[in-house]
Write a protein that binds this ligand. Structure first.
Ligand code: 13P
Ligand code: SF4
Length: 305
């Protein structure tokens, strides 16, 4: 079958199964192209919570499908590639988090959604890169444990100087592969360009940025900016919609290393097979799900700044 035949077969089966196709902004172009909704982690978890479809096909990585299963227990959540994980999410484990909590009794835990359901269940509130500053500001406590992304945590801390952060030293290997030298080389070659990066980048890289934001924040920023050339410091998949939505603007990837192998696993064939077989299903046991849901619900209730 050609790519477009596979795409048509997917769209047909989505209708038959009363299914919705959600795709993260880092997915392969051909997968984003046929998704019902593309978005960042926050948008996708909100869509998962409110969709009336009975099946969610989640094109993303495991923790995202888990979040959908936590928020929509009555729906079938399919993750076409069950091996699509997130190395940063795997950097925090339940035992380590419990030990850290025991060392800081009563200190609330803010957990980035890039984490397992079990870790979320051990947390007070979740956050995404789009709402992390608002979430931290919403806390009454003046100390907090931030898990697992040290780079996002340190970036948030700059906006909340009245609170003391205890960081977990996790990181995204894809974003950390982008070096200061790679960015500066692009800045030299494109002196009029704005450099926009994700808060998962190392602090020395974020320090070079004209704007730091989530993936969806990048779409809004680049669309509204009068600038015409942008150096983009996040995973390469974001270029698809940036270029589609802004045909008169130029987008340059800050470093060729910005490819997340996990986000690139899901192919059209995987999506089709998942819909044909209604497998693999992602579920979260109720005792974990209810606690993790409380942390996600608290996050969803925080008003954005
Ligand atoms: P956002 O799309 O929420 O900014 O997430 C970035 C990311 O690395 C997801 O894995
Ligand atoms: Fe995880 Fe980074 Fe890949 Fe996102 S880009 S899934 S944080 S490894």
């Amino acid at each position: 079958m050609s790519s477009s035949e596979v795409q048509q077969a997917i769209r047909r089966l989505l209708k038959e199964r009363n299914a919705v196709l959600l795709a993260h902004n880092y997915m392969r172009d051909e997968v984003q192209a046929i998704a019902d909704i593309t978005g960042d982690s926050l948008q996708l978890s909100m869509e998962a919570a409110k969709t009336s479809a009975s099946v969610i096909v989640f094109c993303g990585v495991h923790f995202m499908a888990e979040s959908a299963a936590i928020l929509s227990p009555d729906k079938t959540v399919l993750l076409p590639r069950p091996d699509a994980g997130c190395p940063m999410a795997d950097m925090v484990d339940l035992t380590g988090l419990r030990e850290l909590k025991a060392r800081h009794p009563g200190v609330p835990v803010v957990t980035y959604v890039n984490s397992s359901a079990a870790v979320k269940a051990e947390s007070d509130i979740c956050c995404t890169s789009a709402n992390a500053v608002s979430v931290v500001k919403s806390l009454a406590a003046d100390r907090l444990i931030f898990v697992p992304d040290r780079n996002l945590g340190r970036w948030v801390a700059r906006f909340v100087p009245d609170k003391q952060f205890i960081f977990w030293e996790g990181y995204c290997p894809t974003h950390e592969r982008m070096t200061v030298e790679a960015v500066q080389e692009q800045q030299r070659e494109h002196p009029a360009a704005l450099f926009i990066c994700h808060p998962e980048c190392a602090p020395a890289v974020s320090a070079l940025a004209d704007h730091v934001c989530s993936t969806s924040g990048m779409y809004a920023y680049c669309k509204n900016s009068p600038a015409t050339t942008f150096i983009i410091g996040t995973e390469a998949g974001i270029l698809f919609k940036l270029r589609q939505d802004n045909p008169d603007k130029e987008f340059i990837l800050a470093s060729p290393a910005l490819i997340c192998p996990n986000m690139k696993l899901t192919s059209l064939e995987d999506v089709l097979l998942a819909l044909q077989t209604m497998q693999p299903v992602v579920t979260v046991p109720d005792e974990v799900r209810l606690k993790a849901k409380a942390a996600l619900d608290k996050m969803l209730a925080v008003p954005r700044d």
